[in-house]
Design a protein around this ligand. Structure first.
Ligand code: ATP
Ligand code: MG
Length: 714
């Protein structure tokens, strides 16, 4: 136990040794919140709490892995459940799937699968997309799910055009997912939250099964996540959450700051611990972070101090363009490694959007600097991997229509788009999966005999493959590649596409299967493998044992730390992102994003801007971000002759006007800020609590707090 408490500060110790009852750890970056969670789990075990009663929810799988290792060292023994919300829900849902109309072998659709399904739902719902794009519909439905709005609720509530269109698509989309025995990412949370709400006995069972729940980065939970945690902590309110409202950066994904701000009201018996000593950064870095975040209106000031040495001043550098920026940074890193004995893994370059990493990659490569880009999903998005995965999905779940459509004619076997369309229509009309439609092919009008023969051959192939479903993953995959003659298909098609890496990727995929078999000698089912692949998050590819420079987005950097940080492209339109500038909430979230970036740095930090910026071939004059003006400029080391104070005065005319917005299509980073805010949150949360039959007293308390709060507001 000495090892568990040794070296902790007084307040950290208080948090670590608090076992029963709600606990809120509210503190700024680098103050040891994550460390406290880890040590607290170890402490609880040392005090006799059974590991099987503890669940720890982290923001990434990687954070969970780290925590597992550390807890294992401090308190060896049975493992504690640790993982992301999505993984937690995926596993619960696997057990209780029938309660929400699924079966246990349900599939998890990835983003591109969901996109396909959405396209089909929009067509089947027969709505016009001339005023509301498919992307808007998707985003409205996603945000509805994050707020636990069901299709019925949405139909009765929507009046605005976009919402009304989405409301028509939503039930069709959900029905299609159910028919396909599939869920999208939002559904994982949505189904579990609704399941807990509708099944009081199950809720109570799970509440006692997970007697102790810990949630790190609670400031970024959305309503669905809130409801799940709440539902599991009513009878046993041993819920510990950590958070920093200044680091809430997922508003565009429905995260609701009120979850943490209201924690003390939701759990009146709470013990609140504030940590004020920062162990991560130099005073120089902390001051810059503090000055910046003070500009947010909606926040409470927190004071952080550190005993770390003063360190170097923060650097603000101006480059001519993005290529010079990339070269300059790569040169500096190479130099620091050569002269100062630093390691590549000491450096991270952070940017607002993935698109900015391209020139950085080039510069790193040309200097022989090892680097890694954190974009874990990429491998599984490659065409050949998606093909093979789709086969596996279909073997695991014959109702998986997206997978069916992907592989029915891959490798090419004479089944044309028209035939597939007829199968789809038959499936829609009869509400059966498309594989069933394929079995019924001779009953479907308009499909030529020849095509029907090809379809039947596909069904026969499928049946052969399914017989292998319970073999080891390696055997199944090798059999699949052989039976479909997939490599020959790749060889043929790669001649035109000049893509010789495809076969290498197939080999890598087989290696992943071998590794999975090795790690799961007992429970290595196809289902478990597919679940693992589906839940690979951006940051999971990150291996800090690898000695490489890390390139990643600011969002992905959350919770991490590096000795040296470079933040590139601190420019108007990029940071703040053009799509976030219209609302105060959006703008403040961008400021928090920069704050998160700055506070990742331990010893050195550089922020940079360019005079010109080229993104996707388009070059425009760039303007420094208004956030730079908010920093203590006198303290910063400004480099490049072109950088003088005038540049940072917020006068657009001084430098030829602001560029129009970049308006870049960027997969993960679309900032659609949800302003529906506290009203939805409160009413839905109250509705949830009512459904869970909270004790009268607590309800009364909640109502009283709500009144107090509205009195404060007005
Ligand atoms: P963030 O808000 O960025 O997630 P955090 O509050 O979770 O930060 P940690 O990552 O837990 O902070 O801790 C930051 C760093 O400080 C880590 O390297 C951690 O090991 C170190 N640290 C925290 N507390 C102590 C302590 N009492 N003694 C020594 N080092 C500490
Ligand atoms: Mg942390």
């Amino acid at each position: 136990m000495d090892a568990i408490l040794k070296g902790l500060t007084e307040s950290q110790t208080q948090a670590v040794t608090h076992i029963d009852g709600p606990l809120l750890i509210l503190a700024g970056p680098g103050s040891g919140k994550t460390r406290v969670v880890t040590h607290r789990i170890a402490y609880m075990i040392s005090q006799g709490v059974s590991p099987s009663q503890i669940a720890a929810v982290t923001f990434t799988n990687k954070a969970a892995d780290e925590m597992r290792t550390r807890v294992g060292q401090l308190a060896p023994g049975k493992p504690v459940w640790m993982g992301t919300f999505h993984r937690f829900c995926a596993q619960l849902l696997r057990r209780y799937a029938p309660l929400v109309g699924l079966s246990e072998n349900y599939s998890i659709y990835d983003t591109s699968d969901s996109k396909q399904a959405m396209k089909r739902a929009i067509a089947a719902a027969n709505v016009s997309t001339s005023h509301t794009s498919p992307e808007q519909i998707t985003s409205i439905i996603s945000s509805a799910k994050n707020r636990l709005v069901t299709p019925e609720m949405m139909l009765s509530a929507s009046s605005r055009t976009g919402d009304a269109v989405a409301a028509k698509v939503y039930p069709v989309y959900q029905q299609q997912l159910l028919t396909a025995n599939a869920v999208d990412f939002d559904d994982l949370l949505f189904h579990v939250a609704i399941m807990l709400r509708n099944n009081p006995e199950l809720r109570q069972d799970l509440d006692s099964r997970f007697r102790y729940i810990l949630v790190d980065e609670y400031q970024d939970t959305n309503l669905a996540q809130y409801a799940i945690v709440r539902g599991l902590s009513i009878n046993n309110a041993n819920l510990a959450v950590t958070g920093d409202p200044d680091q809430s950066i997922y508003g565009w994904r429905g995260a609701d700051l009120n979850n943490i701000l209201d924690f003390e009201k939701d759990y009146p018996a709470v013990k609140t611990v504030r940590l004020e000593q920062n162990y991560r950064s130099t005073p120089n870095i902390l001051r810059v972070a503090d000055q910046l975040i003070r500009h947010n209106q909606k926040r409470k000031q927190k004071d952080l101090y550190t005993h770390n040495p003063e360190g170097d001043p923060v650097v603000l550098r101006m480059y001519e363009d993005g290529y010079q920026e990339a070269d300059g940074i790569a040169d500096e890193i190479a130099n620091a490694i050569r002269v100062e004995g630093m390691r590549p893994r000491d450096f991270a370059v952070l940017c607002r959007m993935n698109a900015l990493t391209r020139s950085l990659e080039h510069s790193m490569r040309s200097r022989g600097l090892p680097y890694q880009i954190i974009n874990g999903v990429e491998f599984y998005q490659r065409k050949e991997i998606k093909d093979l995965l789709a086969y596996l999905h279909l073997i695991n779940n014959p109702n998986h229509d997206v997978a069916f459509q992907r592989v029915v004619n891959v490798p090419t076997r004479g089944i044309g788009a028209k035939t597939v369309e007829r199968l789809r229509r038959y499936a829609d009309v009869n509400q059966v999966p498309m594989l069933q439609a394929a079995r019924d092919v001779y009953q479907i009008e308009g499909i030529a005999k020849r095509s029907a023969t090809f379809v039947t051959r596909f069904v026969e192939l499928y049946d052969r493959l399914s017989k292998k479903a319970s073999a080891t993953l390696e055997d199944l995959l090798r059999y699949l590649v052989d039976e479909t003659k997939y490599e020959a298909f790749l060889e043929k098609s790669s001649v035109d596409q000049q893509d010789s890496s495809a076969i290498g990727n197939v080999d890598e995929f087989i290696s992943a299967a071998v590794e999975f078999d090795r790690q799961h000698p007992e429970d290595g089912t196809l289902e478990a493998f597919l679940e693992q692949v589906a839940l690979v998050a951006d940051t999971d590819a990150f291996e800090d044992s690898d000695d490489r420079v890390t390139l990643m987005t600011l969002h992905a950097a959350k919770g991490l730390e590096f000795p040296c940080i470079y933040i590139v492209g601190v420019e108007q339109g990029l940071l703040p992102h053009s799509r976030s500038m219209d609302t105060d909430a959006g703008f403040e979230e961008e400021r928090r994003l920069l704050f998160v970036g700055i506070t990742r740095a331990m010893q050195r930090l550089q922020l940079s801007v360019c005079k010109r910026r080229t993104v996707r071939g388009d070059t425009r004059p760039a303007v420094p971000s208004p956030f730079l003006n908010e920093l203590p400029l006198d303290e910063l080391k400004k480099v490049e002759s072109t950088v003088d104070r005038d540049w940072f005065d917020d006068d657009p005319d001084a430098h030829g006007g602001y560029p129009e917005s970049w308006d870049l299509p960027d997969e993960g980073d679309a900032s659609s800020v949800d302003d529906s805010g506290p009203t939805v949150h409160e009413s839905a949360a109250t509705a949830y609590d009512e459904a869970c039959q909270l004790p009268e007293a607590e309800l009364a308390e909640m109502a009283a707090t709500k009144k107090r709060k509205s009195a404060q507001v007005s």
